[in-house]
Design a binder for this molecule. Sequence first.
Ligand SMILES: [Mn+2]
Length: 395
Amino acid sequence: MTPEDRFPGPELPQSGPRPQQDLDVLPYGSYFEPNPPTEYQDSPGEQAGGQEPTFSAYGGARYLEQHWPVAGHPTPQAAAYPTFLATERTPQAPAQDDPPTIELGPPITEDNPYATPYPQPGGDPGPVGPLYVVGDVHGYLDELLAALHEQGLVDGEGHWSAGRSRIWFLGDFTDRGPDGIGVIDLVMQLAAEAAAAGGYCRALMGNHELLFLGAHRYGDEPVQSTAGTASFRAAWLLNGGQQHDLERLQGHHISWLKRLPAIALEDGHLLLHSDTTAYLEFGDSIDEVNDAVHNLLADEGADDWWDAFRRFTKRFAFRGEGGPMAAGELLATYGGHRVVHGHSPIPYLTGEANNESGERPYVPGPYIYADELAVAMDGGVTMEGRLLVARLPVD
Ligand SMILES: [Mn+2]
């Protein structure tokens, strides 16, 4: 069975030249051809040396292969964070079955109420900090730390250093890359540290969260797909599932993952994982959609999980002539003036991935498109692009 068989049913024929809902096998046909610069301006490891010798072109089956951990890991992006890489990290393993609670600072003394770096509960919270979004991480923990550190959001040891800043992760923490559970542990840790510092670190649920949780809960149990019988475990393995991540998945991870929202609205930005209008099938308000997803994960069986996974795996709704209309429909329903999403790697949205030059895809930053109604944040770290962390709004 081909990957296409597992994710059938294009429902937005206007959204591209070849509507393609499949997770991995993206279209060869180029949709938009920018003039690709030849090297990364922002990547210090490459400014002098040009292209990586191990790099090859993208597309179709090769794209699948490129998702697996590569010999060249860590990438130049990760190598920009040497302090952390030299540090031995001990994974935290809370015994409880719950997400971490707010980590309190040292006790506040009477003489010096500001001895702690954390604000006092009940005091004047002051203005909120700047808002950041993080694209798909897919297990690339070192690249994530490097990108967060570059923006001043974590210190050299991977701890929150951003005060009252607000961060939203756009989902897809695991699969393909080397340390998916390490990524989840870091995001959970930063959530606790940020809350204690008066900011926050929050996350959306991506389709890979559904896939990973489904592989854990339903394994090889057959699910009804319109293309025939499938299983979560088979689909998960096909889409970069890492056995060592599944083996390290614990109760507190599962509880945390299952409670992630699918949509959020922040500073007029409608935050979604996937570039699809399928969210509309789950409700007419943000709360309705998030409740529907949480109820589904709490109660329903494998077929319903699979159906939700399939819907949240659709992509490319904001491309092409119908793109602005699709983005506008989401904004009219849920609010906000711009959609910010992950899921579809920017080199595929721009057509860059279709070039046969063998060059590394050019990802200078977030990609604004659909009459500026949409911003793509998946820089394609799994295809040797970049893991993007961006402060909103972007221009
Ligand atoms: Mn995704």
